[in-house]
Design a binder for this molecule. Sequence first.
Ligand code: GLV
Ligand code: GLV
Length: 324
Amino acid sequence: MALIFVTRKIPDIGIKWMRDGGHEVVVSEKDRVLTPKELKAELSSRPYEGVVSLLTDTIDEKVLKAAPSVKIVSNYAVGYNNIDVEAMEDAGVVVTNTPGVLTDTVAEYATALILAVAKRIPEADKFTRAGKYKAWAPELLLGSDLAGKKLGIVGAGRIGQGVARRLSIGFGMDVIYYDIAKNEKLEKKMDCEYCGELEVLLKQADVVSLHVPLLPSTKHLINAERLAMMKSSAYLINTSRGPVIDESALVAALKDGTIRGAGLDVFEDEPKLARGLKSLNNVVITPHIASASEETRDKMSQLVAFNMNEFFLGREVPNMVFKK
Ligand code: GLV
Ligand code: GLV
């Protein structure tokens, strides 16, 4: 039996699973993100051995110092850029994430963002609510078609492939992808073309959808120079991590027509938005909810608990994250 701290309430099922596993589970009483100081204070208040962290918690060396008894950090997210994995490995602390269970949900969401911005749905909704719909008009709120256009997937992992499949089968888009290596298996499964260089993809794609993890090498992967390579009719979609895009450069590109539009679920300095972003009509912005379906958040909660329980049973830990 272990003592486990959950930094913020997650769906009940996972808490129940950990308790059923015989563990004492303490859930933060504040239903908000803890400040680094509060997190350290909580973790040093009792000899916790397990932590369930969220993507909003920075788990680094300082946190470990405050919580030397911690043996495992089970992150409630697939992305784990909030955790200093190297420091955890050096200290012998196991880190796990929640891959797989959110793939379909996030792929659906990225698809929804593509449709929302290309068909101007939020803008049209706002227009209609404001009582501006006076008469049908031939050139009212014209958007773009997707059929026959090129979808550029940046990062062809599980989610990227899920988006590619949906847009290709469902909407008749041609898929090109960029990744660190050509994916022969993927190319056998579906019709798509590898771009060995990101620039090649950016120049051709009508929709660019980002699905890379946040790493030093992917920070500002999309910057002013690369935005300038995109077609002026193109859309940029981000459901990965905000800092992959230089958000100020994107605001400028959306303003001056360098690209046509964007759909963003993540932001460089979340929850803050870059100056000027929210006053633009050609961007759809949502509060990091791509995996937020009832079903998936329950599954993530279960997976977080499963990872934790298996660890304390001394079994091989599923979904362990290694230094990249
Ligand atoms: C959400 O952003 C996640 O990484 O799970
Ligand atoms: C994340 O789960 C990915 O592989 O895209």
